[in-house]
Design a protein around this ligand. Structure first.
Ligand code: ATP
Ligand code: MG
Length: 340
């Protein structure tokens, strides 16, 4: 499938997965690929209620060669190229509330909330409210995208909270729908639930590494998301797969020294022993990853998109290009799966 068709499946792609599996990286790589296909993309990083006071990290910016932390206002990550654009912003419940109040003619109330320091308390007082405020803002962006407004993004990638939180995050509007019998909160919840349940507007991309615990958690999250949030699952990204090296098993120290000598290299016994141990370890890890990828395919009937592990301490523009190329290839052989 062409990248443009892949990213035209839904206007909002929610990227979630176990903590540290690469949600932010995958959001950046997807945004970059979509931009090469000519789309105007915004990556929205969600700060949940519990981490709302921490400054947003610059992980995503670094991928695009910048050090600036994300803020509420959109920041350009990739602009001025012949094709598409990538911008990014961080959404927090309190700032989403201020904007909501402004839009509904309640500017004075919002100013007082900010001045008295009560903003946080109000934005997070009702369970589920912080998530709803953030999703409400995303829904507003999605509506602007659907209407084709000038400067509106064509694709929104939501770098969502980690899997455990994501289920609650996407379930919150459903909960508020049951709790509020009328008024603006109910109206907002209804509109958000409508977006989450419409696959043309919103789908979920799960991210996992090819390891036992993340794979198990991904399978569990997929079931919970479908059952409780009613949001369509689009694909699972298997991030950090080791490139498969054709390593012959069982190469001992003497074999290695002989092979090296054949190539004109003299290998000391110590080096040969280290090399042999490294080879064995790599082989074991490759096999373990392959087993987890197979288990994931068996337990979760979703198309898989594989991204390789990058041997680099920090991921920057060079790794972004490599990962974007890998995703392009994976998407090319991607086929939607109709879940029963
Ligand atoms: N394919 C990859 N190859 C090598 N390193 C990677 C890869 N993907 C992610 N990383 C590294 O792994 C770490 C975690 O990645 P990332 O921040 O994208 O994960 P996350 O799921 O967003 O984490 P969190 O749950 O903390 O938000 C980062 O240091 C990132 O640079
Ligand atoms: Mg992250």
């Amino acid at each position: 499938m062409e990248p443009l068709s892949f990213f035209s499946q839904a206007r909002v792609l929610i990227v979630t997965g176990k903590g540290g599996t690469g949600k932010t990286t995958v959001s950046g790589v997807m945004a970059n690929l979509a931009a090469t296909a000519g789309l105007r993309v915004v990556v929205v990083q969600v700060a949940t209620a519990s981490d709302r006071l921490q400054p947003e990290t610059a992980n995503l910016s670094r991928l695009f060669g910048s050090d600036r932390a994300l803020a509420y206002d959109e920041m350009a990550l990739r602009v001025g190229q012949a094709d598409g654009e990538v911008r990014a912003r961080a959404l927090r419940p309190d700032t989403a509330l201020v904007e909501y109040l402004h839009l509904h003619g309640l500017r004075r109330i919002s100013r007082r909330l900010v001045n008295t320091g009560a903003l946080d308390v109000v934005a997070t007082a009702v369970p589920g409210m912080p998530d709803m405020l953030v999703l409400g803002k995303v829904k507003q962006m999605e509506r602007a995208a659907a209407a084709g407004l000038a400067r509106a993004p064509e694709l929104i990638l939501l770098d969502a909270p980690a899997a455990g939180h994501a289920v609650r995050f996407l379930q919150s509007p459903h909960g508020l729908l049951e709790a509020a019998s009328g008024g603006p909160v109910r109206a907002q919840a209804e509109e958000v639930v409508e977006m989450l349940s419409d696959p043309a507007r919103c789908q979920v991309v799960l991210v996992t590494t090819p390891e036992e615990t993340p794979v198990s958690e991904t399978v569990e999250t997929a079931q919970l998301l479908e059952d409780r949030a009613g949001t369509k699952l689009c694909a699972v990204v298997v991030n950090g797969r080791l490139p498969v090296l054709p390593l012959p098993g069982g190469l001992g120290v003497d074999d290695l020294r002989r092979l090296a000598a054949g190539a004109g290299v003299t290998l000391g016994a110590g080096d040969a022993a280290s090399l042999s141990a490294a080879g064995r370890l790599r082989l074991l890890r490759q096999e373990a990853q392959a087993a987890q990828v197979a288990r994931l395919a068996e337990e979760l009937p979703l198309p898989q998109l594989e991204l390789p592990f990058c041997f680099s301490a920090d991921l920057g523009p060079e790794q972004l290009e490599a990962l974007t190329g890998a995703l392009r290839k994976a998407v090319a052989s991607w086929e939607p799966v109709e879940l029963p």
